[in-house]
Design a protein. Structure first.
Length: 141
């Protein structure tokens, strides 16, 4: 589900769009730092902190949540930001929760038989081509 995330970093509040996963209780935000590149940042979200957003006329426009940049969790009301950074929660959100990371590490160690055979034949072909080129150069002299 799409969610507007208001990230509170000291006295600044930045607005981003994020993807909320209600099963894990995480919102993933992609911050752009160049052309077509971005860094994904994850925040823990308590479902009771998600608010209904309305425009000036009172029409419902979506859902939103306030996030603390230092603690990487949702907050009900903005705090002053003087709390120390909890590095354990930050590392857990960056590395241990990522489903794609664990699926990739599981499948990384295995290479299919047909792929291995194709790579071996390709290597043999390159070696034979180089031998042929060396032989051709030696004959030209």
């Amino acid at each position: 589900m799409k969610l507007k995330a208001f990230i509170i970093d000291g006295n600044r509040i930045e607005e981003f769009k994020g993807d909320y996963d209600p099963d894990d209780g995480l919102v993933e935000i992609k911050r752009r730092k160049g052309f077509l590149r971005g860094k994904k940042t994850r925040f823990q979200v308590v479902s009771s902190h998600i608010k209904h957003l309305h425009n000036r006329r009172g029409k419902f426009v979506g859902y939103g949540v306030f996030l603390d940049a230092k603690e990487r969790i949702s907050v009900d009301l903005p705090n002053n930001g003087d709390d120390p950074i909890n590095q354990e929660i930050r590392n857990t959100l960056d590395y241990l929760v990522d489903k794609a990371h664990w699926e990739g590490s599981r499948s990384r160690g295995k290479i299919g038989g047909l792929t291995l055979l194709t790579l071996m034949f390709a290597g043999y072909g390159i070696i034979r081509f180089l031998e042929w080129m060396i032989f051709y150069i030696m004959q030209a002299r």
